[in-house]
Design a protein around this ligand. Structure first.
Ligand code: DAH
Length: 339
């Protein structure tokens, strides 16, 4: 039996030496030390030994087991570290290789101008709010004093979800929502996407952006409107910019006006940007119609207000001297990287 054990030890030593993968070593562990392994098989026969022989053989068996276990551990460690070394060698980084260029994106011109406008109004104490793009006919038209048969609807055809639900044609419905949700004094702007069933050309798009403004308080007058929008124009286009308020008509304001700014390119002399006029129109505005205040749950005998609507694309095109609105939507990197 002692001989058997010596034999196992010798074989195991040779097998472990020859093994050159972790799988080989695991197979050797099962073969010699496993429950059904060779060493266990020998130990099972110990019952047949005499009382004197048993402890002697037992000790030899333990020594053999310890020997194999130690050899095994050593080989496993050896193999693991050489595998690790090989892995590190294949994964070395050549720090002298040229780096990969990482292209930096640009802010979209619409976002640049929108942020400027937001900052200007925030500086004047306005809150920034938003409203749904899928809107009820009531908020988009009816509550703004544009009943079903009103001709103003002809210029604002849009995409209908149902007869009473549509893609909003203007940000003006936010006026009603703001009045319903807040109490005067009220000072908000509401930027967002609007939709019209227009064909795409240099100045039209079925999706564009507006920024609505609304101020309601006691004693608000047209001079507050003029002062606010004059400040906007000077901050956006420079301190020498002049504003011109022309009478106009909107169903939801009375009186209403359109606001022009002196052309920032030629200073008012006339150029291609302002088509020789010296002025460019930037927005519509007016004193909130008493009916509209009432629809918003505000008493028109106590409160008055002014409202305005800016076209973000128009502002942006003037700001950067663009002559075709489509450039803003084409996502051409050669265009966008200029901002
Ligand atoms: N909603 C108008 C439009 O889309 C623009 C506008 C004009 C908004 C006058 C206003 C306003 O708030 O007072 O043409």
């Amino acid at each position: 039996m002692r001989q058997q054990l010596e034999e196992i030890k010798k074989n195991a030593e040779a097998v472990l030496k020859a093994a050159n993968s972790l799988e080989d070593l695991d197979a050797a562990r099962v073969k010699y030390l496993g429950k059904k392994g060779e060493l266990t098989a020998v130990l099972k026969q110990m019952g047949g030994l005499s009382a004197e022989e048993r402890p002697v053989i037992g000790q030899v068996a333990n020594e053999v087991r310890e020997f194999i276990q130690n050899e095994l551990d050593e080989r496993v460690n050896e193999l693991k570290s050489s595998l690790q070394e090989a892995k590190l060698l294949t994964e070395t980084i050549d720090v002298t290789l040229p780096g990969e260029e990482c292209e930096v994106g640009h802010r979209h011109p619409l976002s640049i101008v929108l942020d400027e406008v937001k900052e200007i109004f925030q500086g004047m104490g306005f809150d920034i709010i938003s409203g749904p793009e899928v809107e009820l006919d009531y908020y988009n038209f009816e509550a703004l004093n544009i009943p079903k048969d009103h001709p103003a609807r002809d210029t604002q055809d849009t995409f209908y979800i149902t007869e009473n639900i549509l893609l909003r044609t203007q940000t003006s419905p936010c006026q009603i929502r703001a009045m319903e949700e807040r109490k005067p004094p009220l000072r908000v702007i509401s930027p967002g996407r609007v939709y019209r069933s227009d064909a795409v050309d240099a100045t039209h798009s079925p999706l564009f952006h507006q920024i609505e403004g609304l101020v309601v308080d006691e004693g608000i007058t047209m001079s507050d409107l003029k002062g606010t929008l004059d400040t906007l124009a000077k901050k956006l286009y420079g301190p020498e910019t002049k504003t011109r308020f022309r009478p106009h008509h909107f169903p939801f304001t009375e009186p209403s006006c359109e606001v022009d700014v002196s052309c920032f390119k030629c200073g008012g002399k006339g150029c291609s940007m302002c088509k020789g006029e010296g002025w460019v129109e930037i927005l519509g505005a007016g004193m909130v119609h008493p009916k509209v205040l009432k629809n918003g749950g505000i008493d028109p005998d106590k409160y008055s207000g002014f409202a305005f609507g800016l076209g973000l694309e128009r502002l942006t095109m003037f700001r950067f001297g663009l002559d075709d609105m489509r450039m803003l939507y084409e996502n051409d990197v050669r265009f966008l990287e200029q901002f």
